[in-house]
Design a protein around this ligand. Sequence first.
Ligand code: SAH
Length: 202
Amino acid sequence: MVDELRQKGITDESVLKAIETVPRHLFLDKAFLERAYQNKPFPIGKGQTISHPFTVAYQSELLQIKSGEKVLEIGTGSGYQACILDLLGAKVYSIERHEVLFQKSRDLIKKLGFNKIRCFYGDGFEGLPGFAPFDKIIITAAAPIIPDKLLQQLAIGGKMVIPLGEGNKQKMLRLTKTSDHDYAHEAFEDFLFVPMLQGTEK
Ligand code: SAH
């Protein structure tokens, strides 16, 4: 799988190493086990999916994580991306809006020994004001807008990686906060994510 990611243009060795280290099959429902190492998304329950390994690698690379940085993830899902971020040296805070997925991924993350990752049940549009500012923010669902509260919770000089847009394609953006009220942005490839939704669900 790592060779395939290299071929597709992922060059950050620490990202490739993290992907090689985390056993992706543990994050998948049993029915999909034999396909765990193909470069495909999989259902994780509640109509949600674990992202393509390429998407996880791509977003992780764009984040340019340095050891010790505080990273907020929106959409814990299976917990896979959170574990990759942890291995990259991030202090990970991850929010999930589906209570069942939140409990499942929190328990799995703990069981795998990723004790530093902090999981929260809540609406990612609100962020975690009590833990802000964050050095990096990663949104792993299709954001209809750039959430204002998340921009506010980003440190100056911090970066947000966000798949922006509704429908069947999102533009991957990297925002860099340049002052309290300004940010620069860079645009990358198109991706397809499940929607980022308001509120929480049982
Ligand atoms: N990072 C995940 C990808 C999960 S798919 C992984 O590695 O598996 C996207 C996830 O975002 C879904 O679990 C979905 O429930 C969640 N989500 C969507 N909108 C959200 C919101 N407003 N706040 C928190 N989580 C959200």
